[in-house]
Write a protein that binds this ligand. Structure first.
Ligand SMILES: Nc1nc2c(c(=O)[nH]1)N[C@H]1C(S)=C(S)[C@@H](COP(=O)(O)OP(=O)(O)OC[C@H]3O[C@@H](n4cnc5c(=O)[nH]c(N)nc54)[C@H](O)[C@@H]3O)O[C@H]1N2
Ligand SMILES: Nc1nc2c(c(=O)[nH]1)N[C@H]1C(S)=C(S)[C@@H](COP(=O)(O)OP(=O)(O)OC[C@H]3O[C@@H](n4cnc5c(=O)[nH]c(N)nc54)[C@H](O)[C@@H]3O)O[C@H]1N2
Ligand code: SF4
Ligand SMILES: [Mo]
Length: 736
């Protein structure tokens, strides 16, 4: 057969960087994946993970037909049978136990598929359960929380103006490895090098000397979980030395005096013993930051998923604001995307919300119509009125990605019913009664609904599907649509009425994007002769369109009712008391205990790229990093097995001493632990590693917003007595 070769351009959907890729294809065979030189944003850059697009697409373990769990193993069933079964079970459980008895958990890849995201949101409206959970509360929840309270919209998150700043202060982020997060910046390493080359300064605050710290002028070790104190002391110096300048925003802000008073007790001399950063260093850093032509403070996972994540993100905003760097070139800026998802969310009443409800068992607060996932297991396991009886998961692996995975596993086993929309039989989906596999990413179109909003330049790009979807296969949004339709058939009261009904029929995900672009601020509107954007114009530019650098936009773009910024929102101010109390408690910690933090590896994507041989070969990467002194004082050397224990459990793991670690801190990457029985990930199982979330603790959270504290967990480390047999491979294997 003479198959023609052709080249397809699209955006990589694996992480937030939005790299353009060039995929060469012969028939259905992917010949190569390279960086797209003509993509104006990524300019040819890709990381090694781009090949993961091919590997997942071609993975023989990827599920292509719906599966049902039976007493003897998994069996393939038709879509009709699967969808009917799921709808019937969900409706009957909701009839018996109430709408909220069916919970949902949506994971990270959902955000990387616009149609999955829109289809999923529509399905949740039909499901009518308020028991919603997602990966947000093991990730960026504090950013939404602070954006909502300060700027009036949970998605109004400023991003560093990376290409023009003269000073970047990074806390708890490792963009050189993660490729950036809440800062969409393809080829971030080069952009950081450019910053240094143009005479700018890069300072990294992190308990590990990371790959990003290696590029920096200055790296400061910080005791995990103490960043709020560090940030307060920076603000203290700014006020004390009259370095405050709120610039153009001075007429649009309230509460500056309150902030000054709040920072008074936190002089660098007071915070130094907790943070490990000396008073002199903090004072000089605050001066340099304030005096720089432009500067931006940016904090990511390390300061989001810790006990004081919301406080940290608030204080970061304040530092930028109080030095005149919010909404200024080279500072922290807002995008003006072609499809402004802020408007869409606001249209659905989703500017944000807080404490509308609390969880039944522990009383954790709702934010943005979701509950913290740290409460999911107990809401399933605790009997009584309102108990969760069934679960829908989509594009998520919470057994591996949320705290105390072992407890969640027990909870999943106890459910009356579970269904997963996912194409892998993994640590989570193995507990489902039915698995509904969507198409692969190459079989669907792509548009970044969310990451265009968080990018360091305004850009827009739409990619067509590379391959036709196989006969009988369904996209994520089609699975959600069909399931929703069946729920409505069984329970007509769920059908939307009037205009809402018409809209839900007509507004396919693609039409929503088309309308969003056409009627967005850069759109053609009704005018057929306009040079403004439409989806077809965007689609015609296969490499994407650059819409220019970020521009100042405040106070106009503020989403607060009065178009003002409250610098001292009440819940955040009140939370400073909890910080003070924690300090007292800290002093009673056992000196033997260590603090556990996470890390990422260039060849991982949370839990789901380990089934590709090229990403797991070579030296073991799921290891315990610890300072050589901490290792030797426990009789441990490189390659030894250690037992790491916490309140939640323990794991056995290989020790890797490293002088890049701060003393008293140990690090384990997340996303591993593929030895669980019954998973169908043949390669990943051979490179199982351990799950760090068997150690993290569902009771260790940021009590203000409910985000999990995955960093700073108290653990002990000891030498493993004798090597135990590899766990559980011989147990009942459902993957047959
Ligand atoms: N290769 C790869 N890239 C990824 C992912 C992946 O799994 N692999 N995942 C993607 C996802 S979903 C996300 S959200 C992003 C995350 O992107 P990043 O936040 O940039 O990535 P992390 O490696 O988690 O960086 C967190 C850093 O915080 C530090 N840290 C831990 N505790 C503390 C603390 O208390 N204080 C301070 N100051 N620092 C602390 C850690 O040492 C670590 O260097 O990465 C994305 N990119
Ligand atoms: N200790 C610790 N825990 C962490 C973190 C940490 O740094 N430390 N990081 C946290 C962060 S930032 C995140 S984002 C979460 C991630 O948490 P999750 O989103 O729960 O987990 P993932 O590993 O991303 O799992 C993604 C799942 O989606 C499936 N999938 C992939 N593409 C698609 C698709 O197109 N459609 C569908 N339906 N399914 C798809 C994959 O097969 C996989 O099962 O983990 C968090 N957990
Ligand atoms: S950096 Fe992210 S978007 Fe770019 S190729 Fe790698 S995984 Fe894909
Ligand atoms: Mo994430």
């Amino acid at each position: 057969m003479n198959l023609s070769e052709y080249t397809h351009y699209r955006t990589c959907h694996l992480c937030e960087a939005m790299c353009g890729v060039e995929v060469r294809v012969r028939g259905t065979e992917i010949l190569s994946i390279r960086g797209d030189e003509k993509d104006p944003f990524s300019r040819g850059h890709v990381c090694p993970k781009a090949l993961g697009i091919k590997d997942v697409h071609e993975d023989p373990d990827r599920i292509r037909h719906p599966l049902r769990r039976t007493a003897t193993g998994w069996e393939e069933v038709s879509w009709d049978e699967a969808l009917a079964d799921v709808a019937q079970r969900l409706v009957s459980i909701q009839r018996q136990h109430g709408m909220d008895s069916v919970a949902s958990y949506f994971g990270n890849p959902q955000v990387h598929s616009y149609s999955g995201l829109l289809g999923g949101a529509k399905f949740l409206r039909t499901l009518r359960s308020r028991n919603r959970y997602s990966a947000t509360s093991v990730d960026q929840l504090p950013h939404h929380f602070v954006a909502y309270f300060m700027y009036g919209h949970q998605l109004m998150i400023p991003v560093p103006d990376l290409d023009r700043t003269a000073f970047l202060l990074v806390l708890g982020g490792n963009p050189v490895v993660s490729n950036g997060s809440l800062m969409t910046a393809p080829d971030v390493t080069r952009r950081l090098k450019d910053l240094r080359a143009r005479g700018g300064r890069l300072v990294v605050v992190d308990p590990r000397r990371t790959e990003t710290a290696e590029l920096a002028d200055t790296h400061l070790f910080i005791t995990p979980g103490t960043d709020a104190l560090f940030l307060l002391s920076v603000l203290h110096v700014l006020f004390k030395e009259n370095l405050i300048s709120t610039g153009m925003l001075s007429t649009a802000i309230d509460g500056l005096d309150v902030v000054r008073d709040l920072t008074l007790p936190f002089s660098p001399a007071v915070t130094a013993s907790s943070t490990g950063i000396s008073s002199d260093v903090v004072t000089q850093l605050a001066r340099d930051f304030a005096e720089s032509d432009s500067a931006v403070c940016y904090g990511r996972m390390g300061v989001s998923t810790q006990q004081f994540g919301a406080l940290c993100q608030w204080l970061i905003q304040l530092i930028n604001l109080c030095t005149g760097n919010l909404d200024r070139v080279g500072g922290a800026m807002f995008t003006k995307p072609a499809f402004d998802v802020l408007d869409l969310a606001a249209g659905f009443g989703q500017r944000g919300s807080f404490e509308k409800r609390r969880t039944r068992v522990r009383g954790l607060p709702e934010f943005g119509s979701e509950f913290p996932v740290a409460a999911l297991a107990e809401e399933i396991l605790t009997p009584g009125e309102g108990q969760i009886r069934a679960l829908v998961t989509a594009a998520g692996n919470p057994v591996i990605s949320t705290p105390n995975g072992r407890q969640l596993e027990r909870a999943l086993e106890s459910l009356d019913f579970m269904v997963s929309v996912d194409f892998y039989l993994n640590e989570t989906t193995r507990h489902a009664h039915l698995i509904l596999p969507p198409t692969s990413a190459l079989e669907r179109d792509h548009f970044d609904l969310i990451f265009h909003v968080l990018a360091i330049r305004n850009t827009v790009k739409y990619s067509k599907p590379l391959f036709d979807k196989p006969r009988g296969a369904l996209h994520d949004f089609e699975i959600f649509d069909r399931l929703g339709a069946r729920l409505e058939e069984l329970d007509p009261s769920r059908k939307p009425k009037g205009l809402a009904r018409w809209m839900s029929r007509v507004l396919t995900p693609q039409r929503s994007v088309a309308l969003g672009i056409r009627f967005g601020s850069r759109g053609a509107k009704w005018n057929p002769l306009s040079r403004g954007l439409t989806l077809s114009k965007v689609a015609a530019s296969a490499h994407g369109i650059d819409l220019g650098a970020l521009e100042p936009c405040l106070p106009n773009r503020l989403q607060t009712k009065d178009k003002r910024i409250d610098l001292a929102p009440k819940p955040l101010v009140a939370d400073l008391r909890r910080l003070a109390k924690a300090l007292v408690k800290e002093s009673s910690r056992s000196p033997e205990s260590l603090r556990l933090i996470g890390r990422r590896d260039p060849r991982t994507n949370n839990s789901w790229l380990h089934n590709s041989r090229r990403f797991v070969k070579g030296p073991k990467r799921c290891t315990l990093l610890m300072h050589p002194d901490d290792a030797s004082s426990r009789g441990l050397s490189a390659g030894d097995m250690a037992i790491v224990s916490s309140r939640s459990g323990s794991v056995e793991i290989t020790v890797e001493p490293s002088a890049d670690m701060m003393r008293g801190v140990v690090s384990i990457p997340h996303g591993w632990g593929h030895h669980r029985p019954g998973i169908r990930l043949r390669v990943a199982r051979e490179h199982a590693g351990v799950s760090v979330n068997d150690l993290t603790d569902e009771t260790f959270i940021d009590e203000l917003c409910g985000n999990s504290a995955l960093n700073g967990v108290e653990v002990s480390v000891a030498r493993a007595v004798a090597s135990s047999p590899p766990p559980a491979l011989s147990m009942v294997d459902l993957s047959a």
